[in-house]
Structures are given as C-alpha cells and as structure tokens.
Write a new protein. Structure first.
Length: 59
C-alpha cells in the first residue's frame, strides 16, 4: 500500500518556517513529499557545500 501524499497549503508551510525561524533563525527546515516537516538546528547540517560556506561568510 502506498502512502498518501500530504497536501500543505502555502500558508501552512510559511507558518511552520516562521515558527522555526523565531526559535532559531539559522534552523534548517525540510518538508518532504510524505508530509513530514523537519526543523533541525544548523549544527546538524552534515553536507555543507562551497555555496553554503560562501553564504555563511556574511554572518
């Protein structure tokens, strides 16, 4: 049996991201097709690219 795909409204996604940013403005927010919203502290980000490092220079 295949799982049902979650349908979020744009407003719901914006609220989740805004709440995460209020707690930690550098939090990583992931939204999966299965309907999981993950809010992770920046320290848990494992695969940093050169682009990520470049954007972090201004901090």
């Amino acid at each position: 049996m295949m799982g049902r795909r979650a349908n979020f409204t744009e407003a719901q996604i914006k609220r989740a991201i805004r709440a995460a940013r209020e707690i930690d403005n550098r939090a990583i927010v992931e939204v999966t097709a299965e309907g999981t919203i993950r809010i992770l502290p920046e320290a848990l980000q494992k695969n940093r690219s050169d682009v990520d490092d470049w954007f972090s220079q201004d901090d």
